[in-house]
Design a protein around this ligand. Sequence first.
Ligand SMILES: [Fe+2]
Length: 97
Amino acid sequence: MLSEIPKGFGKVKENDSRMSDAELARIGLIAELDAVNLYEQMAALSRDPLLRKVFLDIAREEKEHVGEFLELLKRFDEEQINALEEGAQEVREMEEK
Ligand SMILES: [Fe+2]
């Protein structure tokens, strides 16, 4: 059930020059997004209201973690900033058609 991302991450050594900070931030983003899905799925499966509430609260915290890694990724990969806006613009244009 838990994510296997990043595969082979254990083979990466500290200060491994093959992995940039942007890549690490993307891995963090993937892991946090995966965690949001996991906790929301667990909440949906739970029969206990308090357990469901806790899962949903944790899912919201994971969404904040997504924001942290996204902010860092934008600092490490400036191309991503424009790409995010271009993607959003494309959706708005498709919505209008
Ligand atoms: Fe997290």
